[in-house]
Write a protein that binds this ligand. Sequence first.
Ligand code: KG4
Ligand code: ZN
Length: 350
Amino acid sequence: MTRSSEPLVLGIETSCDETGVGIVRGTTLLADAVASSVDQHARFGGVVPEVASRAHLEAMVPTIERACESAGIVVSDVDAVAVTYGPGLAGALLVGVASAKALALSLGKPLHAVNHLAAHVAVDQLEHGPLPEPCVALLVSGGHSSLLRVEDVTSDVQPLGATIDDAAGEAFDKVARLLGLPFPGGPHIDRSAVSGNSLAIDFPRGLTSRRDLERHRFDFSFSGLKTAVARWVEARERGGEPVPVSDVAASFQEAVCDVLVRKALDAAQCEGIEDLLIGGGVAANSRLRAMAEERASRLGIRVRVPRPGLCTDNGAMVAALGAEVVRRGRAPSRLDVSADSSLPVTSVLG
Ligand code: KG4
Ligand code: ZN
């Protein structure tokens, strides 16, 4: 049972193509309503910002209503409104921020503008209880690939590294397209890889050579890997041979997961931290989860990964961080807070 003394927070997420509205009380999830415009982007092979913004506008009110209904509350019950104010697509973020301001103002409740990346970390509380702090967080999605040191998820998040080109999910999506798999490609590669041989092709591991490690120890690069897969597939096609989709998917997936896990564990050891949290859409990948757990346990590092539905973008993660912000007594945001598409991870609250 939830304690009514804990804050009831409604969170709004619109940084990419998911209109998410979550409602939590403290660390208890009451509702997680998501309307995705992913189908409208499929034929373009990637998210089209203008299409995403319009879809957010249409979905916002019905999604808020759906969340309240499934949480069994009326919107005036909420103690605070939280919203993602960056990073993400500018127009998409604007819809969420404007909606949250309107809601907070009309209800006379505080507004908490929160960083999308920190919200990906905070969401784990809804499933596994209080966050281990400090922890190292590996956030991997279609829009970001970052390694963070999280001292306090509401105030002190430091970047350790990030991708210098494509995000991990973007690499999954582009390689899937090469293999003729639908968008978004991650889940399809994951499924196809199950019947493939991950040792079939030795694809490159970006930024892992000794020289690269000197400058980019905790950074990622996936564009070379994507190109290597493209060259390999083209060579097969030129030779008139069939492309072994499952083997390519499994070998590619192994290369991505190997680098992500290797660098995340190196970061944890370097920082002297025993808890690794993995979030973002790519954290739903079955090989990534298994590999991280297996290698971490050998080093005495604990791994926490939220269930797949909480890894991909959603409103519950924003509400989870909002509730933590309220619980830790942080000041609300001003009503003139603005969306920031390139918000740095160090700006946790607006
Ligand atoms: O976090 P998310 O929903 O949205 C962004 O902020 O991008 O992540 C979506 C990304 C897509 O690139 C998708 O292909 C990838 O997460 N993804 C996966 C899996 N499920 C989703 N990648 C690999 N394996 C999966 N099972
Ligand atoms: Zn995200």
